[in-house]
Design a protein around this ligand. Structure first.
Ligand code: NDP
Length: 328
């Protein structure tokens, strides 16, 4: 066994330290599959882990990084063999299990899904947890019976990772997409992804009325707090909001009025512990439904040694779209 390059978070007296280190393969955690990582990505949660802004990391030392794509190097799991191309999203990677900002991981085979045919490793990580979560949100709205003929769909935090993919997916599915952003200068970017209208973030961050004007039948919320409360109050009769994020706060200063007077539903979406069958369905749909040119337009690529700086940027709300991290 040798060593490999990794970003490692250590606990210190004053908080945490983050840096590059040669990591000993013997110190990898339990698992029946070893994967050589080629790419990872940067999600909001990775930013929280890298900056220590929220207690995402629950074991030290930790290698952060919640997403990876790579090739199986060794496996005692009957579902995988050396050479198989695989993807891993979540399951505690980078939180409780040594994660993806490393040349190697050892994980449970049950956490892996085969990389679908039709997408490259770079495209898989351009999608990443953010894109896969955006698809889970669309699937939740559809399971609720919502279709584009019911009215517009809103997306909050639209210039961010989940938001950008959600705009593209909803537009492709035929929705009239209203994209809410604090960066109105990115209107052309959002329209290029398929947004029909741009809504200033400030229209959703003000005081929450129990019921507002009915503006959309569906929504994908990545922001939480007053934004989600306002989104609910402006949802049409029988509509639903899929909620997955907290970029604006974890609270929800809402009233019950939209639920009991307009039959509005709030649909919770979690990607980390989602069952395998749902993941495979989401990834299959992403390959078929996410326009490759739009994915390329929302993606930038950085080397692993820039990820600490990029982590600061994402928690400050300054990252546009998706960031692929090159590793292997
Ligand atoms: P990004 O940072 O890429 O996007 C978040 C966006 O939210 C920003 O780009 C910005 O959009 C908006 N925003 C940021 N701060 C504020 C604020 N204070 N008030 C209002 N809007 C704000 O992050 P991701 O897309 O990776 O993740 C979005 C959220 O979804 C995060 O909270 C993340 O933890 C969560 N998430 C949850 C998952 C799950 O399984 N439930 C999986 C993946 C992500 P703009 O500039 O357009 O206004």
């Amino acid at each position: 066994m040798g060593t490999f390059k990794a970003i490692v978070i250590d606990k210190t007296d004053t908080g945490q330290s983050v840096g590059f280190r040669e990591f000993d393969e013997a110190d990898l955690m339990e698992g029946d599959v070893t994967v050589r990582v080629s790419h990872s990505t940067l999600n909001y949660k990775d930013g929280l882990a890298l900056t220590g802004m929220a207690p995402v990391v629950r074991r030290f030392p930790m290698i952060p990084g919640v997403d990876l794509v790579g090739t199986v190097e060794a496996s005692s799991n009957p579902e995988f063999k050396a050479g198989d191309p695989v993807i891993l999203n979540g399951w505690g990677l980078g939180e409780t299990h040594l994660g993806a900002y490393a040349e190697k991981v050892r994980v449970k085979g049950d956490w892996l899904i085969p990389r679908p045919e039709g997408i490259s490793p770079e495209q898989a990580m351009a999608i990443g947890t953010a894109g896969y979560t955006a698809m889970l949100c669309l699937m939740a709205l559809e399971r609720h019976g919502l279709k584009p003929d019911r009215g517009p769909a809103s997306v909050t935090g639209a210039v961010g990772g989940v938001g950008s993919v959600a705009v593209a997916l909803l537009a492709k599915a035929g929705w009239h997409v209203i994209a809410s952003t604090g960066r109105p200068e990115e209107a052309d970017y959002l329209k290029g992804l398929g947004a029909a209208e741009i809504l200033e973030r400030s229209e959703l961050t003000g005081p929450v009325r129990p019921l507002g004007k009915e503006r959309w039948a569906a929504g994908v919320d990545t922001v939480g707090s007053a934004t989600l409360a306002n989104l609910l109050s402006m949802t049409r009769y029988g509509g639903a909001i899929a909620t997955c994020g907290l970029a604006g706060g974890m609270d929800l200063p809402a009233s019950v009025a939209p639920f009991i007077l307009r039959n509005v539903a709030l649909l919770g979406v979690d990607s980390v512990m989602a069952p395998k069958a749902l993941r495979i369905e989401a990834w299959d749909r992403l390959v078929r439904e996410l326009d490759h040119a739009k994915l390329a337009a929302m993606t930038s690529t950085i080397p692993l040694d820039r990820v600490m700086e990029a982590g600061q940027e994402i928690v400050a709300g300054r990252i546009k779209g998706r960031v692929v991290v090159e590793i292997g």
